[in-house]
Write a protein that binds this ligand. Structure first.
Ligand code: GAF
Length: 411
């Protein structure tokens, strides 16, 4: 059997110590503090956020740490930002006032974009030095970018005493700033689930997020209590959100809603009737079958979130497994965002005894989850690693997801 690689999560004390040490080494001074924010894994409800639908993410134990020192208003250059990362070469330097769509390339856009967005929202934010360190797997569809944005957001909130981090309404506003940073400065047209998950989840709960109005419900999720575990498979298939596929799916959903005279696909009540109507209402030249399948996925996935909510409320957690597998088929066949590695992860996990599984996040690479009995974690991971070794793709890596704390101060 191939070895199973588990991706470790640092404790908050360890992550904070690493980021603070890297800060001292880079800038030769002490940071004001260290803040951190988690990556996420979504239990169910994929590509629903930008359609006003439901999703159900949890915050991972894997977090991104930001050691930050605010520049005093009296500093000779109060607007200057310097950013470094333990995972990247070099230091990014610039002025917040110069940040604009298209002006910052690479990972720094996700960090300095948040300072820009907070300013756009009317908050007095000035420059800072920051060093980032992270154990959120990068590019694995587990929201390493949202974790970076949200860690910077809670840091800037506190050093400027904006008072937003202290309650959920304020955190929703921080999330909105992070979404603007990602959409407008980093140029990734994502929907907002990831930032809400990183800022608004609570430990021991999944976050039922209604993207129609941003309202939430915290659903207790202690899988260990049920003898279960959520095994995440990072397929290591390259995953890229800023490419055209994600935007193309968004545009198709938008076109479908428009053809139906709806603001979002969340408003579809009678799915069969809506699918029927699309034939006559979409602009000529549109592939009606493709749009119908996209709509079918989006509408049924929000229904699956409602079903999982009922199952969790009834403590019938094992029954969630098959719903995940059904969601995977919908993402693969109707939404067409899966890839061979994701299908292989789900199929090999289910064949090895997982109760169900599906790809998570945007797709086109990234990770899958499998709901497994706690005693089967190792056997299922080994079976998935073996299937990959036999089929040819690079070896996957694994982690066990538990519902952890949202973004906050770590030191
Ligand atoms: C990515 C996006 F960032 C989210 O907004 C969401 O649309 C997800 O893909 C799919 O559910 O993570």
């Amino acid at each position: 059997h191939p070895a199973v690689e588990m991706l470790p999560a640092w404790s908050q004390a360890e992550g904070a110590a690493r980021a603070a040490a890297a800060f001292r080494e880079r800038f030769g001074t002490e940071p004001d503090g260290v803040w951190s924010a988690p990556g996420r894994v979504n239990v169910i409800g994929e590509h629903t956020d930008y359609n006003g639908g439901l999703c159900l993410p949890i915050a991972l134990p894997h977090r991104t740490y930001v050691a930050l020192a605010s520049r005093a208003a009296t500093d000779g250059d109060p607007d200057r930002v310097r950013l470094a990362s333990a995972q990247e070469q070099g230091t990014w330097e610039g002025q917040i006032a110069d940040v604009a769509p298209g002006s910052v390339q690479g990972w720094a856009a996700y960090a300095v974009g948040v300072a820009w967005a907070l300013r756009e929202a009317g908050h007095a934010v000035h420059g800072f030095d920051a060093v980032v360190d992270s154990c959120v797997p990068y590019g694995a569809g587990l929201s390493s970018s949202a974790a970076l944005e949200c860690a910077v957001a809670v840091a800037l909130d506190e050093v400027h005493a904006l008072g937003l981090g202290g309650d959920d309404a304020g955190r929703a506003r921080l999330a909105a700033a992070c979404i603007r940073a990602e959409n407008e400065i980093a140029g990734a047209p994502t929907g907002g689930m990831d930032q809400a998950a990183s800022l608004r989840c609570t430990q021991g709960h999944a976050l039922l997020l209604d993207n129609r109005d941003g309202s939430t419900r915290h659903i207790p999720l202690d899988l260990a209590e049920h003898g279960l575990a959520l095994l995440v498979v990072d397929t290591r298939a390259p995953h890229q959100l800023a490419d055209g596929q994600y935007a193309a799916r968004r545009a198709q959903c938008h076109a479908a809603a428009e053809a139906l005279g709806l603001e979002t696909l969340r408003e579809v009540e009678d799915l069969d009737a809506a699918l029927e109507r699309l034939a006559g209402t979409l602009p000529g030249g549109t592939d009606v079958d493709v749009i119908r399948r996209r709509v079918h996925h989006v509408v049924t996935d929000t229904r699956r979130v409602e079903l999982v909510e009922r199952l969790l409320d009834a403590d019938d957690v094992e029954a969630v497994g098959p719903v995940l597998t059904e969601a995977h088929a919908s993402l693969r066949d109707d939404y067409e965002v899966s890839v061979r590695e994701l299908d292989l992860a789900v199929e090999s996990a289910v064949a090895a005894g997982a109760l169900g599984g599906r790809m998570v996040g945007g797709g086109f690479g990234g990770s899958a989850v499998a709901l497994v009995r706690a005693e089967d974690v190792e056997a299922v991971a080994t079976a998935v690693a073996t299937a990959f070794a036999e089929a040819g793709p690079a070896a996957p890596a694994f982690l066990v997801a538990t519902a952890e704390a949202p973004a906050g101060r770590s030191a």
